[in-house]
Ligand binder design. Structure first.
Ligand code: PLP
Length: 420
């Protein structure tokens, strides 16, 4: 058996896959009890679980809807009623002039990015090699390896602004964006996984202007953003222009198992995504759309995001920050990215004598799992990032509060020794 080059590339695995395997084994019960501060699974929020149970019951009691959900292929673009409901919602909430023509459903955000990145990166008809540019690196690890073309994803280093004794934030270095003709799209997750960064409205507007000026799309990953799931603790600008493409997923709203996301962009992009869906998967799964369609029509999806999901994670974040204030060594130069959204704290240890990978190993030996930061710098060459890529770890606060507190106490003890 001989795999093709592309087959080998796709099947070769990735750094993070190895790590996830490591996490899986770590959870197998051997060694000390694990405090899982590594994963990206959304929390199980009791009020949301009640909503899912209610919606499932309603579906079971409604024979035509049940049949639609289980026994009928939707068109590749997605369920027309659900797409119309989302278009109306975006009109009502943000005043965006979108219709069903602007929207296509995909099996989760991950697949949406696979489609979009390969729609824009790679060899073009004129022989040039198109690239996707990430204006701020570190970025979501799941993007790495998604371009079928080697070198199709490139990142830029951000400015690092210290905002307090133990706080910092990344900002786009507009002077260093250097958009050559090979850049065919820009992409940013907002709120960002891993850093929790939310672009300030002026920064978002300026980025959208740069995209417009260069006639390239700006892909905005709304996995944690508005209008759902709304895991946002800072002001954000839900921007719409002929160049913006939003990806909105149901996963962090609490439904990762349904594998449902929506691409909202120019009609020709939505149409291309729908064609790619037909080729690769024929049609989408119907469950997620069936569950949320009435919630979109009534607007309940926005209310739940604002009143339940967002506040739930905000409370978790605040407890995690309180534990950090209690357990982290005040006299050590540790920095946390301003936690504006998502479910992570991004810890930077400038000048530490151990790498984030060594810190990960030490923490794992003590039963705490985090994610070493180096995996999030996939768009930059090693030479480009000096020490920063080896000085950061991602800590999730989505899990049980006692676990988070116990884990943060141990991280505090380990980072107290990190500069020795
Ligand atoms: N984008 C970001 C920033 C994420 O964190 C994730 C998942 O963790 C995804 C996209 C993909 O999520 P899904 O494929 O479940 O929609």
């Amino acid at each position: 058996m001989k795999f093709s080059q592309l087959g080998q590339r796709l099947a070769a695995g990735s750094g993070i896959e190895l790590l996830m395997d490591d996490l899986g084994h770590a959870l197998s019960g051997k060694g000390p009890a694990m405090h899982m501060l590594g994963g990206g699974n959304p929390a199980h929020i009791p009020e949301m679980e009640e909503v899912w149970a209610r919606r499932m019951q309603e579906l079971v009691n409604d024979a035509p809807s049940l049949r639609r959900t289980l026994a009928i292929y939707d068109p590749p673009r997605g369920n027309p009623r659900c797409i119309a409901a989302l278009a109306d919602l975006l009109n009502r909430e943000f005043g965006w002039p979108v219709t069903a023509e602007n929207i296509a459903v995909t099996p989760g955000g991950q697949t949406a990015f696979f489609f979009l990145f390969n729609l824009f990166s790679g060899p073009a008809e004129d022989g040039t090699l198109g690239k996707i540019l990430f204006p701020i690196t570190p970025e979501y690890i799941g993007y790495a390896n998604q371009s079928l073309t080697e070198g199709g994803l490139v990142g830029r280093q951000p400015l690092i602004i210290k905002t307090g004794p133990h706080r910092f934030r990344y900002q786009i270095d507009f002077d260093a964006l250097a958009l050559g003709p090979d850049v065919r799209a820009m992409c940013i997750s907002c709120p960002t996984n891993p850093s929790g960064n939310v672009l300030a409205p002026a920064e978002m507007r300026r980025l959208a202007d740069v995209a417009s000026k260069h006639h390239i799309p700006l892909i905005i990953d709304n996995a944690y953003g508005a209008p759902f799931p709304g895991i946002l603790f800072a002001e954000s600008l839900p921007i719409w222009s002929p160049e913006t493409i939003h990806v909105m997923s149901l996963s962090k709203f609490g439904l990762p198992g349904t594998r449902t996301a929506f691409v909202v962009g120019p009609p020709h992009v939505a149409s291309a995504v729908s064609s790619m869906m037909a080729v690769t998967g024929l049609a989408n799964g119907n469950f997620g759309q069936s569950i949320v369609c009435p919630l979109m029509e009534s607007g309940e999806i926005v209310r739940l995001s604002r009143e339940v999901v967002g506040p739930y994670y905000r409370a978790k974040r605040d407890k995690a920050l309180a534990a950090i204030a209690e357990f982290f060594p005040e006299d050590r130069p540790y920095f946390l990215h301003e936690p504006d959204g998502a479910m992570f704290l991004w810890l930077w240890l400038p000048g530490a004598r151990i790498t984030s990978r060594e810190l990960y190993d030490r923490l794992k030996a003590r039963g705490v799992l985090v994610v070493p930061g180096e995996y999030f710098f996939f768009g930059l060459s090693e030479a480009n990032t000096d020490h920063h890529r080896h000085e950061c770890v991602r800590i999730s606060f989505a899990m049980d509060e006692d676990d988070a507190r116990a884990g943060i106490r141990i991280i505090g003890e380990e980072i107290a020794k990190a500069w020795d």
